[in-house]
Design a protein around this ligand. Structure first.
Ligand code: HGY
Ligand code: MN
Ligand code: MN
Length: 428
């Protein structure tokens, strides 16, 4: 069996159907626990069933399809990605990995093939964190890293994650039931667009991911004093937005001095936010990443110290809270090798690319061995309506995924998993 047998036309049609599950008219906006995400979940559930999988939704809202293997009770090999998007993002980020996972199982089924290990395809509910700023929600829950306090995160309308989950028919108090037993899984492989320029520069459709950058996501608040915009002299103001603006420039300056670090203030909310009131408070998000954990931690420390200095000088207060932190994570040598063998099978170079972007694989690495396959995307553009992947690259990436999964779920390469008695795991 070779990866050439996938049905590319079906995949492109499904990617276009998923793209319709979006709010607004510019790019893709499909936030977690929204009408748009329910629309996507429904499609994915139907496709998983069509592919011969038994489908369930876990307590966090991850949609999981299972295709039994020939060895009953053997740990499952996991593939998948996320269904949520950023605001006005692209139609391939996350969705491509879910559609590709379903496609390879459907291809196996249509050819009457059953691997030794069972395969599970996972459509994670919230990787981006675009709504609650709590990224990797679904995968962190599965890996046992979600904390009760995460359920109290609020979106821009003040709705908590727990309330959003309840409105979706989920019981947030059962979040710990989403945790998987490490004994019940045999690895996780995610296909994802590169969201960067390397594959284009190397003129190659796809490559193996060597590791994923560590990240810290923070929320900060700058507090001053709201006052009349017409009567307070400039020298007597405690303008929270002017202070926040100086802090944003300090973030850019500090990260700019540290080659392996990137830092972004992606969101600023001004209070009370009317044109004739001096801003009394500003709330913002801070995203700091690096392949070097010490560099990331040093950058965050220096940013906060500089923000406090700026605030003191301006008679403001500055507070900052880390809402999510993940260490830089290497991919498993076993999975990288399987991907490189699959690349070589197609005459592709064994390219290894570090991922500056975060992925569910970052959280899943706390549960099991992880690997990723990157697919070329035009000009490296992502998190933007212009995100684009050529259909032939979708086909090549999915074929590489199928070949790698066939290798990783076969008895001779998975024997260390096959004779592992699955100790009461919650194998669904
Ligand atoms: O933010 C990221 O790196 C990913 O797209 N969630
Ligand atoms: Mn993504
Ligand atoms: Mn993304």
């Amino acid at each position: 069996m070779s990866g050439d047998k996938i049905n590319l036309e079906r995949m492109m049609h499904r990617l276009n159907q998923l793209a319709l599950c979006s709010r607004g008219s510019r790019g893709i906006t499909r936030l977690s626990f929204s009408r748009e995400s329910e629309c996507a979940n429904r499609l994915v559930r139907d496709w998983m069933r069509e592919a011969g999988m038994v489908v369930r939704m876990d307590p966090l809202g991850n949609v999981i399809g299972r295709y039994e293997g020939r060895r009953p009770g053997a740990p499952a090999f996991l593939i998948g990605s996320h269904l949520d998007s950023v605001i006005e993002g692209g139609k391939y980020d996350g969705a491509l990995g879910v559609v590709a996972g379903i496609e390879i199982v459907q291809t196996l089924r249509e050819r009457g093939l059953r691997p030794d290990l069972p395969i599970e395809v996972i459509a994670f509910c919230d990787e981006e964190g675009a709504r609650f700023h709590t990224t990797l929600l679904g995968s962190r829950a599965m890996a046992g890293m979600l904390r009760e306090e995460d359920l109290c995160a609020r979106d821009s309308d003040g709705i908590t994650l727990a309330e959003a989950m309840r409105s979706f028919g989920l019981d947030p108090s059962r979040y710990t039931d989403a945790v998987r037993d490490p004994q019940s899984v045999a690895g996780y492989l995610e296909l994802h667009i590169e969201q960067g320029p390397v594959l284009e520069r190397e003129d190659q459709a796809c490559g193996a991911v060597s590791g994923i950058a560590g990240a810290a996501r923070c929320r900060f608040r700058v507090e001053g004093r709201a006052s009349h915009a017409g009567t307070v002299p400039m020298s007597l103001r405690r303008d929270a937005l002017a202070g926040a603006a100086e802090i944003v420039l300090a973030v850019e300056r500090i990260a700019g001095r540290m080659p392996s670090v990137v830092a972004t203030v992606g969101q600023l909310r001004v209070f009370p936010g009317t044109s004739n009131v001096i801003p009394g408070a500003v709330e913002g998000t801070l995203d700091v990443r690096s392949m070097e954990d010490e560099q990331r931690q040093a950058a965050l420390k220096e940013i906060c110290e500089e923000a406090e200095r700026i605030s003191r000088r301006r008679g403001l207060s500055f507070t900052c809270r880390t809402v999510m932190e993940a260490a830089a994570t290497p991919c498993s040598a076993r999975l990288v090798q399987a991907v490189e063998e699959a690349l070589a099978k197609r005459g592709l170079k064994p390219l290894r690319i570090p991922s500056g972007a975060g992925h569910d694989a970052l959280a899943m690495a706390s549960l099991t061995e992880v690997g990723m396959i990157f697919v070329r995307c035009r000009n490296g553009i992502s998190h933007h309506p212009d995100e684009y992947v050529a259909p032939e690259d979708v086909g090549t990436g999915t074929a590489v995924l199928l070949d790698a999964v066939l290798e990783l779920t076969a008895a001779e390469t998975a024997e260390k998993f096959l004779n592992k008695a699955v100790k009461g795991a919650n194998t669904p």
